[in-house]
Write a protein that binds this ligand. Structure first.
Ligand SMILES: O=C(CO)[C@@H](O)[C@H](O)[C@H](O)COP(=O)(O)O
Ligand SMILES: [Fe+2]
Length: 189
């Protein structure tokens, strides 16, 4: 039997960088169709800011193994809507996940395949258990980067399709200086 070697790395708690990890950058242009306010989207697209970066240490997609990744979700808004990650179901939909808040403030929107949504506020030290079958998206509700760690089965995969098409049944917006979680007017069952 060939054994894999263990890994020990230090996450930079200020920047979220994991040394040696694979880096993925998502700009606003990668999130076309995701935000409600298309005029605000097109306006901000001129700058095409980085919305988030992911630093991932991933294994082969095998049952029983684990991946881990940090996400650095930058502050910003498109219209009233706070910057967020695309959000996904796992391709193997029954795979659960753990998130751990490192820095900054935000939260997670979770949603069942039927569209029942939950909002969990997150800050440094918050652990979120993402149960099997729930889609999940993180949102930065502050004016600093929101940084967190995710630990997930190596064979979970990502299924972006239905969220890209339909979005979440709730939106996280700023209104009168307050963070509000409201029903998505464009949500269709
Ligand atoms: O949930 C996971 C992995 O299962 C996170 O590592 C996200 O992949 C990351 O926060 C970016 O978000 P998405 O663009 O993948 O939705
Ligand atoms: Fe996930």
């Amino acid at each position: 039997m060939e054994y894999k070697l263990p890994i020990g790395v230090n996450i930079d708690l200020e920047t979220g960088v994991i040394p040696g990890a694979k880096k993925l950058v998502r700009r606003l242009s990668n999130l076309k169709g995701y935000f409600q306010d298309e005029d605000a989207y097109n306006e901000l697209l001129k700058e095409d800011p980085v919305v988030y970066e992911v630093y991932a240490v991933e294994q082969e997609e095998k049952d029983g193994d684990l991946n881990f990744a940090t996400t650095v979700l930058y502050p910003g808004k498109v219209g009233k809507e706070f910057f967020f990650t695309k959000g996904h179901f796992h391709a193997k939909a029954d795979r659960a996940e753990i998130y751990y808040g490192i820095k900054g403030k935000g939260g997670m929107l979770l949603q069942t395949p039927e569209g029942k949504a939950e909002w969990i506020p997150m800050g440094p030290g918050t652990v979120v258990y993402v149960p099997p079958y729930w889609a999940h998206r993180t949102v930065n509700t502050s004016d600093e980067p929101f940084i967190f760690l995710a630990i997930y089965p190596a064979d979970a995969g990502h299924d972006y399709g239905s969220i890209a098409e339909k979005g979440f049944s709730k939106l996280v917006i700023e209104e009168n200086g307050e963070v509000k979680v409201i029903d998505n007017p464009r949500w269709k069952e």
